[in-house]
Design a protein around this ligand. Structure first.
Ligand code: ADP
Length: 954
């Protein structure tokens, strides 16, 4: 149902617009031709197709020719892909297709402007409520262009000027309500050259801009790590490199891709744009060579910012060059499986590693810690540099507590400072900035004499900024109002003229109180009051019953139900003086505020550098606090390629309410003798928990954090891969098993000998033997070809056989105590494999009815008897996959693809019996070939050759 129309109020100043409209209400259409924002909003395609049809962009047919609508069309042509918020007095109006889209998306009433040939849909939102609407549209993937009145309607003769002042997009939004205070909001821009790709990402709410260059194939991974809200790509890329495009779309998930014309990445012009922004003659000072692919990416990004913000973004002041290989690589699947910053179910923060580690006290610290979790380091020295700082703060609880209590008083310096540059700062923000900066000298005191190198370094990076704090403190009152044009912002004593004007205005109020008292005595009229309205200013109000006593000097102005209103020359004269003084004071205060803001713009760089150091202190103190609270230890870090964890624990599960007492476990992996652990055990035994805990401990160690263990030695890894079998991804429209295999392919193709590979129940997405065969082959490949340290959890107990065949592969299992017909999970990892899956026991625990359990037991006995031959056959085969596929192939008909056979063979109530028969009746390849021979038509030589061939196959 369409909600009721908003109260439509026309501002008086609109009357100066010759064509203020008459609106006629029409009902919002139930459906619209426009289904929503396109993921790819290219200038060619348009995001909203506003004014489509007769009023289509570019075309002029049917465009109303009033001066105001000409302004509208000019703005629309300037930003054809954006929904245009067109300011008319106290409302933003939308016209044409924009109105239809907004009405549908936000449930706003659709009206109609004009009648006849000029009729067009129209919808509006009040200016004071516009921000919420704008944010909702941007969240839904739309771009919104804001077209403001640029001249004062009171002062303009005829039509007021209008122009677009800003275009708001997902990657450039800076409104506090739209942003998560503890997560960065990145706009990314990638330029793909002949051999390399340049990548830039900027958070406009803080002004931090990063750049890196990488191999083209690594671009999807890099973008996935950065997880931007919006990405700028050349519109030619999809056609030039379709495979890369598909990978990029996959890596970006829900981020919006904004396609820009290829010429917007032209190197020379982009180099100029970048140098203009950073006020430099060459970008080499940032470590960027002229021929680097970063150059076009930076320029294209800067031009987009200028185009959307309509102003130079002064707070984007430098390029932070990120060297490839500095960070441990975590792809999207790994981040998801390990639940680093978001849970897999419900995308929540609670229950993630970040949530468990984050006890930061500032929003900046929260954002930086999130970056540390997503970008662990992979070089020994930088890791130890951080870790030693954490260690010192663990050892010095008093210093840590002091630092943390000072940090609690520090607001979001980065986002407050960014508001100064974008001109959206108010007096309250500046007061908060001043009060926050006042904490910096105290932080410094606690950092100066520390023994770990990083803390004194941070002390040096913290600028006490006392000049800024004092300037704000002496200029502004402690609790200013939200608006900056209504006065009450500047401290008294700061400006002599302002004090004088305030005195007059203040005296005026005293005068008026006295005047009211005197007049009521003079006129013998106790009910007389002074009031004010915007039409005729101050007046005297006399109750109706006492008007006969009113003196002749009173001039009647208005009659209301209960009283008459008068003015007197004396009152008017004083009013002029008071009002003038008030107006002058307000203007003066506004000027003083702007002066302060401009002055602070010069300090933006110093404030941002300090903000980064504050955030780093906060992260170190947070990691120290978490370590102290949870008995974490400092891991030894080296380049050995070994991994030794004693009594390791899962950092999230050990603290979850559901876990009474967590059972710690050891881990020992190296690149040679123990490179691949095969972990078998029943479902629910704790396999996933164990292998994830190892990945998390490695990741935490490489962040510089302490780890949940009694001791740990971590040989650095370059990538962590995790993959859990058969997680559905219906939202992406891909079959479970396909997703699983795509990710396995990614691991097999990209893992190196220095990687850590964590595979959980791989192969579970297909039928038993198919999955077993794949799991087998994958273990062989990871072990033989990749050589990565690997943990492979599986319920295929048949795989334990591999430990005997492959050097470096060893079996682990989860101890289970069997008692009568019950099993108890001990969650203890022990050496050696297991030979049972206990699935039926788990089903009983889950409440499956007894008759189903006993039938399952009977079926299991049958299957185990029938397929006993299978594992030895796989083990003895040179190509287990081929053998297992034979075992699975349908009795007749063409060979099916793995995915097809997966769906055919997956046990379902209706096909299970046939499946059992199928396994039992399945002849081997040799048998089938033998059956196909026709001895009657063979020569002795052919028969001999056939026997040789068959023997070879055996
Ligand atoms: P699996 O992968 O073998 O099916 P999970 O790792 O999912 O098992 O663990 C099953 C349950 O056991 C989880 O609820 C988890 O909280 C609990 N659990 C796992 N490992 C431990 C442990 N070491 N100590 C205590 N509880 C554990």
């Amino acid at each position: 149902m369409t909600p009721p129309p908003p109260p439509r109020r026309r501002a008086p100043n609109l009357s100066s617009d010759a064509d203020t409209d008459s609106t006629a209400k029409v009902s919002a259409p139930a459906t619209s031709p426009q289904s929503g924002p396109s993921k790819t909003a290219s200038p060619e395609k348009g995001a909203t197709e506003p004014g489509a049809g007769a009023k289509g962009k570019g075309g002029t047919a049917g465009r109303a020719k009033t001066p105001m609508m000409e302004q509208f069309w000019r703005a629309k042509d300037e930003q054809p892909d954006a929904i245009l918020f067109f300011r008319m007095g106290d409302f933003y109006e939308m016209f044409g297709e924009d109105a239809v889209v907004v009405s549908r998306e936000l449930g706003i009433t659709l009206t109609q402007r004009d009648k006849g040939p000029n009729a067009m849909p129209m919808a509006g939102v009040p200016v004071r409520a516009a921000e919420g609407h704008l944010l909702r549209l941007v969240r839904k993937g739309f771009r919104v262009a804001i077209c403001e009145q640029l001249t004062d309607p009171k002062a303009s003769k005829g039509i007021v000027e209008r122009g677009i002042v800003r275009v708001v997009t997902a990657g450039t939004i800076t409104e506090e309500d739209a942003l998560d205070a503890r997560a960065s909001n990145y706009l990314a821009c990638a330029s793909v050259g002949a051999k390399r790709a340049g990548l830039v990402w900027v958070d406009l709410s803080t002004g931090r801009l990063h750049a890196s260059e990488c191999e083209i194939a690594k671009l999807p991974d890099e973008l996935s790590r950065i997880a931007p809200a919006e990405v700028l790509l050349s519109s030619g890329l999809a056609a030039e490199r379709p495979e890369l495009w598909v990978e990029l779309e996959r890596a970006l998930g829900n981020a919006g891709i904004t396609e820009r014309e290829p010429w917007r990445f032209e190197r020379e012009a982009m180099a100029r744009a970048a140098k203009r922004q950073f006020k430099v003659k060459t970008l080499e000072g940032f470590g960027i060579e002229d021929k680097s692919e970063i150059v076009p990416a930076v320029g294209a990004c800067i031009e987009y910012l200028e185009e959307t913000q309509k102003t130079a973004c002064e707070h984007v002041r430098r390029i932070e060059r990120v060297e490839p290989g500095r960070f441990l690589v975590l792809d999207r699947a790994t981040r998801g499986c390990l639940e680093l910053v978001e849970t897999q179910r419900g995308a929540r923060r609670e229950g993630t590693l970040l949530d468990g580690l984050d006890t930061t006290r500032t929003a900046m610290g929260g954002r930086l810690l999130r970056e540390w979790v997503l970008e662990p380091l992979c070089e020994v020295d930088p890791i130890l540099h951080r870790q030693r700082g954490v260690a010192e703060l663990v050892e010095q609880p008093f210093v840590r507590e002091e630092l943390r209590s000072i940090l609690s008083e520090v607001r979001d310096l980065e986002r407050l400072t960014a508001k100064i540059s974008t001109g959206r700062v108010n007096a309250r923000d500046l007061v908060a900035l001043g009060q926050s900066l006042a904490q910096v000298p105290m932080l410094k005191q606690h950092l100066a004499d520390r023994y770990s190198a990083i803390l004194p370094e941070l002390d040096a990076q913290l600028d006490p900024l006392t000049d800024v704090t004092e300037r704000i403190g002496t200029t502004l009152v402690d609790e200013p109002p939200l608006t900056i044009k209504e006065g009450g912002v500047v401290r008294s004593g700061f400006h002599t003229e302002l004090d004088e004007l305030r005195q007059i205005a203040g005296d005026g109020k005293t005068w008026m109180a006295k005047f009211q008292a005197d007049e009521s005595v003079r006129a013998g009229n106790p009910g007389l009051k002074i009031g004010f309205n915007s039409v005729f200013g101050y007046f005297l109000e006399v109750p109706r019953g006492q008007v006969d006593k009113v003196p002749d000097t009173y001039i009647r102005k208005q009659t209301i139900k209960t009283a008459e209103r008068y003015i007197t020359p004396e009152l008017k004269e004083f009013e002029q003086k008071v009002l003038k003084a008030e107006d002058l004071a307000k203007d003066l205060e506004y000027g003083i505020f702007n002066e302060l803001r401009d002055e602070l713009s010069d300090a933006v760089g110093r404030i941002l550098d300090t903000a980064r150091a504050v955030a780093t202190v906060d992260c170190l103190a947070s990691l120290a606090e978490t370590a102290a609270q949870n008995r974490y230890v400092a891991p030894a870090i080296d380049d050995s390629g070994e991994l030794e964890i004693l009594e390791g624990r899962h950092p999230v599960i050990e603290r979850s309410a559901a876990c009474d007492s967590f059972v710690p476990n050891d881990t020992r992996l190296d690149g040679e003798q123990r490179s691949l652990a095969l972990l078998t055990g029943p479902n629910m035994a704790g396999k996933s928990t164990y292998i994830r805990q190892i990945a998390l401990i490695v990741l935490m160690a490489q962040m510089g954090s302490f780890v949940p263990a009694d001791s740990a030695r971590i040989g650095i890894t370059d990538r962590i891969f995790t993959r859990v079998g058969s997680g559905d991804d219906i939202s992406r429209g891909e079959s479970t098993f396909m997703v699983e295999m795509v990710e396995i392919a990614n691991i097999l193709n990209n893992a190196t000998a220095r990687s850590l590979v964590v595979l959980d129940e791989v192969g579970r997405g297909t039928s038993t033997f198919d999955g077993l065969a794949l799991a087998w082959a994958i273990v062989e490949h990871v072990h033989g070809q990749v050589g990565a340290r690997t943990l492979f959890a599986t319920h295929y107990h048949q795989l334990t056989e591999l430990a005997e065949r492959l050097k470096g592969v060893h079996n682990l299992s989860v101890a289970v105590r069997e008692w009568e017909d019950e099993i108890v999970f001990l969650h203890k990892i022990v050496e050696g494999g297991t030979d049972r899956s206990y699935g039926i026991h788990v089903a009983r625990l889950a409440g499956v009815p007894p008759e189903v359990l006993s039938r399952a037991k009977a079926v299991l006995a049958e299957i185990e008897g029938e397929s006993e031959h299978l594992a030895p056959r796989i083990a003895g085969s040179a190509s287990p996959v081929a053998e297992a596929q034979i075992a699975e192939a349908p009795v007749s008909g063409p060979a099916s693809t793995p995915a097809e056979s997966a769906s055919e063979a997956r046990p379902t109530p209706s096909n299970e019996p046939q499946q059992l028969a199928l396994f039992a009746a399945e002849p081997s390849r040799v048998e089938r070939e033998l059956a196909a021979l026709d001895p009657d038509s063979m020569t002795p030589m052919e028969a001999l050759l056939a026997i040789q061939r068959l023997k070879a196959q055996l």
